[in-house]
Design a protein around this ligand. Structure first.
Ligand code: AP5
Length: 216
């Protein structure tokens, strides 16, 4: 069993690669973004509190996301956990280390998906996802084969995110560079960081990720 973090700015391809690892290696994707969006639509008190923060592109408080991850770590882990969009601050990284240690689990690799900022804007502005299975698409680079129908599950509810707009994206990038990019040094110092070229085609990125995991 392999537990990994997918690290990278908004639009780097973390969700895209996580979905492949779920299909190919039966790993379990833990996306704090998906969990928060689910809380938002289910109308819980916490969901209401985070909705505005997310729409602006700011980070939700550490305690909320750490709580969400802690709950999920008690569930099935299949071929291992993929932490997608978590941790995003040094406090979250410390908390993840403590949680895993408490549960007798290890963190096996941190994979940084490296992408130029200009490409991120183009990726985010064309993105849509299947509401049923979470498959990620793009207007130009990955449209659905049949219009309005998910290739993966046949679902017909295709959705664009409220925070995929120019203003929120600017804030998301600032948040990433201010609060999340210090994790690159944090995990490098622990000898756990591996970089992959996220500017390559998704298949090539997936091959690079698979090679890293197979080496272990
Ligand atoms: P979250 O949902 O985690 O969003 P994000 O980190 O901004 O990342 P994205 O989902 O936008 O991008 P991605 O890297 O998954 O790219 P994707 O594969 O979709 O977080 C949203 C919000 O929730 C945050 O702003 C914050 O408010 C809150 N939040 C979440 N976690 C938190 C935490 N831990 N702490 C505090 N707050 C938290 O790909 C993007 C597009 O590019 C797609 O269209 C895809 O088809 C395309 N694409 C993918 N790979 C390639 C490629 N190699 N070449 C060309 N196109 C590609």
């Amino acid at each position: 069993m392999t537990n990994i973090i997918l690290l990278g700015p908004p639009g780097a391809g973390k969700g895209t690669q996580a979905k492949r690892l779920v299909d190919d290696r039966q790993m379990v994707q833990l996306s704090t973004g998906d969990m928060l969006r689910e809380a938002k639509t289910s109308g819980t008190e916490m969901g209401k509190r985070v909705a505005d923060v997310m729409a602006r592109g700011e980070l939700v408080t550490d305690d909320i996301v750490i709580g969400l991850i802690e709950e999920k770590l008690n569930g099935a882990s299949g071929g291992g956990f993929i932490f997608d969009g978590f941790p995003r601050t040094l406090k979250q990284a410390d908390a993840l280390g403590e949680l895993l240690a408490r549960k007798g689990k290890t963190l096996d690799a941190v994979i940084e998906i490296q992408v130029d900022d200009a490409a991120l804007v183009a990726r985010i502005s064309g993105r849509f996802t299947c509401r049923t299975c979470g498959e990620v698409y793009h207007d130009e680079t990955k449209p659905t084969k049949a219009s309005g129908v998910c290739d993966h599950c046949g679902g017909t509810e295709l959705n664009r995110r409220a925070d995929d707009n120019a203003d929120a994206l600017r804030t998301r990038l600032v948040e990433y560079y201010k609060k999340t990019s210090p994790l690159i040094g944090y995990y490098y110092a622990k000898g756990q960081l591996h970089g992959v070229d996220g500017m390559a085609e998704p298949d090539q990125v997936a091959t690079a990720v698979a090679k890293l995991l197979d080496k272990r």
